[in-house]
Design a protein around this ligand. Sequence first.
Ligand SMILES: [Zn+2]
Length: 254
Amino acid sequence: MEKLKYLPILMYHNVIDKKLTQVWNNFCIEKVQFEKQMAFLLKKGYTCLNFEDLENIIQERTECPKKPVIITLDDSYCETVNNVVPILVSKNMKCVFSVVTGYIGKKSSWEKEVDGSLTITEEQIKKYSGSLVSFESHTENHVHLTKHSVKEVERDLENSKKTLESITGRKVRAVFYPYGSYNANVKSFTAKAGYLYGLAIGSSKPTVTEDLFEMRRVYIKPGDSLFDFKRKISRWYIWFRGIREAYKRSRERK
Ligand SMILES: [Zn+2]
């Protein structure tokens, strides 16, 4: 588990061509920028994992690679999937998309700046799901899980897992909390619904794998240079962020 402590889990949303799109905000990355970042990972010897690999490593069924990384893309927007999959497949790299199962093939309702981006269809999920591209849950309705009743949260988490598993025929292991919003209850409902991992954005835990239901992700932003990218995936940055957040939350409790 030592190497996994500093596991960078990269968080992306829209990977798009700036000239062709109406959406441009802090969740967008230019396709060329994304491609450069992927080439960098490859050149530096990183190995992309999915959540099945992670389970095998944690259960000590397989060795942890020297430099593990998980590439996650939230919301499974059509445009992003169409841009990202050919890049990663050509480099033989794995990635993980999160799917809002109540909005498959529909326009999103959660983007503030636009009236919604189209998400991929059931047929596309089936077509792409495989050893390189995997799909995990981003809940059924993309709501703040901390703001809903116990029943609603339980139902949402269970339905989403079931729907996605019936489409892909594969085990769904992770839920990506919408807006990175979770608390102790959400974490226990996530475990109860049969997930093995809960993906947050920030986390109060000092290391990434200390609590598998609040795994910290590295938010890659449009303004990030390759130097910023390199810094953000380094073990020192991940270690520093963990210590800083743990300190901040301990201050808040006082
Ligand atoms: Zn989302």
